[in-house]
Ligand binder design. Structure first.
Ligand code: CA
Length: 218
């Protein structure tokens, strides 16, 4: 799963990016509001971590414009500002949650899981269909109740497909959801991933629709 990290502080940004990648996220890091705006326009993010005090365009403007465009990507505001008005303002503008700096990384991960889950419409940590469910906390898949471990990329791919069971996602859409900037993507990377997942989850778990892409059963 991909996260857009918007943070102008070099030290915080670098350590967050590293920690997120260690936790299995693909993290794209931008350091100002305008770059955040254009990265969001490209789409494909599971969630956004947004600092408010940013060069070139304030975090609240980034948030306001994204929501005005109809972009519903979950946004978690990270801010050192202790002003109540800022927090209320960002929530009213469409932020899903906020976290005051400094914070514990474990709490950030838990809040990220919570905003993603709410976007998926799930009150608990399981998303998907009865036959195929993802556990957002453990990153395991449940196939007819049996738990299987997934790699970070397998998890990201299945999460993308399970958001809308039955809908077809193209190779480009899947690559966009799995790989961050600068990551090498071979032409058959998605095929290799899906081949491996069918061996774990059953041949019928992910279906190919010739020339269009892949889907899971509705
Ligand atoms: Ca800042």
């Amino acid at each position: 799963m991909r996260v857009l990290l918007v943070e102008d502080d070099e030290m915080i940004g670098r350590s967050l990016k590293q920690a997120l990648e260690g936790a299995g996220w693909s993290a794209d890091w931008v350091r100002d509001g305008e770059l955040a705006q254009s990265a969001l326009g490209d789409g494909g993010y599971t969630c956004v971590l947004l600092d408010l005090g940013l060069p070139r365009q304030d975090g609240t403007d980034v948030l306001r414009r994204a929501r005005e465009r109809g972009d519903a990507t979950p946004v978690l505001v990270l801010t050192a500002r202790d002003g109540l008005d800022d927090r209320i303002n960002s929530l009213d503008l469409g932020a899903d949650d906020y976290l005051l700096k400094p914070f514990e990384f474990r709490e950030l991960l838990a809040r990220m899981r919570a905003v993603v889950r709410r976007r998926d419409g799930a009150a608990h940590s399981l998303v998907g269909s009865a036959a195929l469910q993802l556990d957002l906390t453990t990153r395991e898949v449940l196939v007819n109740g049996e738990r299987e471990a997934l790699t970070a990329r397998e998890f990201a791919l299945l999460h993308a497909l399970l958001e809308r069971p039955g809908a077809i996602l193209s190779r480009e859409q899947l690559e966009n959801r799995i790989y961050g900037w600068g990551e090498e993507v071979t032409s058959n990377a998605i095929d290799v991933l899906i081949h491996g997942m069918r061996r774990k989850l059953g041949a019928e778990s992910i279906r190919n629709v010739r020339g269009l892409g892949w889907r899971v059963a509705a």
